[in-house]
Write a protein that binds this ligand. Structure first.
Ligand SMILES: Cc1ncc(C[n+]2csc(CCOP(=O)(O)OP(=O)(O)O)c2C)c(N)n1
Length: 295
């Protein structure tokens, strides 16, 4: 069944098909591109309806999350706490609209819930809450903590002889936080090779360009110096992302980081590289324009 409009319509989702519980990886690149566009439309609609939220850093990470959830992550949308699932940890918790859209498309909860983003009593709050939202692994929003959390989850898997892999998505601005580098040191020290960090390297943070706020360069060399295997990709290229996940799996005795070069606001012309849309929702006219571009 091709990816098509409709509730939980992914060809790879198991929603509505209890026999195929483990997500398969049969989606084609074309199907995944269509899904990426669909996720972008959700992000625009959700934040527009809420009148608040973080579209820029959600849009930049769409392909990263698509490649994981629809190709490489082993998970069961109908059984969110399946003990052997691969873990996806969203450390940059403000990109919650992207994660919610993805989880809904996978079948963790109905797609029509997405428009309840940030409403009182909704389980789709502005930042993630693992106690209320099916499929969310970590309550996040305070930046800098996800890598440490992910190391703990990976080490627990090792202690329990479980085979799951742990993926954690960080923002590049988030890497200004000292705790990220404490985590980086610990992961290498403990040889956490079931761990993959992905940095959404869109070059911007809340107040503008990283190079003006707090320069991170030489970014790749920093990770190498901390003992990580570094892979750099075009973060909007699904093929490169999938290959990077596969390469990371082969690395033994050290953690891997994928530095994904992306564009903040990707896919919507007036949002691209525009820090105004870091934490500002599109108004009604902007929603209309954006959705037209994303047809
Ligand atoms: C500990 C902490 N300090 C400050 C903030 C406020 N804040 C929210 S998003 C953000 C910028 C993050 O930049 P980046 O990680 O690059 O995210 P992206 O550009 O991908 O959205 C900041 C400073 C926060 N959420 N947590």
């Amino acid at each position: 069944m091709p990816l098509s409009e409709g509730k939980n319509s992914s060809s790879i989702t198991s929603a509505g098909n209890v026999k195929a519980e483990v997500f398969s990886s049969s989606a084609s690149i074309e199907e995944m591109k269509a899904m990426a566009k669909r996720l972008r439309r959700h992000i625009i609609t959700m934040t527009g309806k809420a009148g608040s939220g973080h579209p820029g850093g959600s849009l930049s990470a769409v392909e990263i999350v698509t490649a994981l959830y629809f190709k490489r992550l082993r998970h069961k949308p109908l059984h969110p706490r399946w003990p052997d699932r691969d873990r996806f940890i969203l450390s940059k918790g403000h990109a919650a609209p992207l994660l919610y859209a993805t989880l809904a498309e996978c079948g963790y909860f109905p797609v029509d819930k997405l428009i309840t983003l940030r409403q009182l009593d909704s389980y789709l709050q502005g930042h993630t809450d693992r106690t209320t939202t099916p499929g969310v692994e970590m309550s996040a929003g305070a930046l800098g903590q996800g890598l440490s959390f992910a190391i703990g989850v990976a080490l627990a898997g090792r202690l329990n002889s479980q085979k799951y892999r742990v993926y954690v998505l960080l923002g590049d601005g988030e890497c200004d936080e000292g705790q990220v580098w404490e985590g980086a040191m610990a992961a290498a020290h403990f040889k956490v090779d079931s761990l993959v960090a992905i940095v959404d390297n869109n070059g911007q943070q809340i107040d503008g360009w990283n190079r003006d706020v707090m320069n991170l360069d030489p970014f790749s060399k920093k990770w190498q110096a901390f003992g990580w295997h570094v892979i750099e990709v075009d973060g909007h290229n699904l093929v490169q992302l999938i290959e990077a996940f596969d390469q990371a799996k082969l690395i033994k005795g050290k953690p891997a980081v994928i530095i994904a070069h992306t564009i903040k606001g990707k896919g919507v012309s007036f949002m691209e590289n525009n820090p105004d849309f870091h934490g500002k929702a599109p108004n009604a006219a902007e929603v209309e324009l954006a959705l037209k571009e994303l047809q």
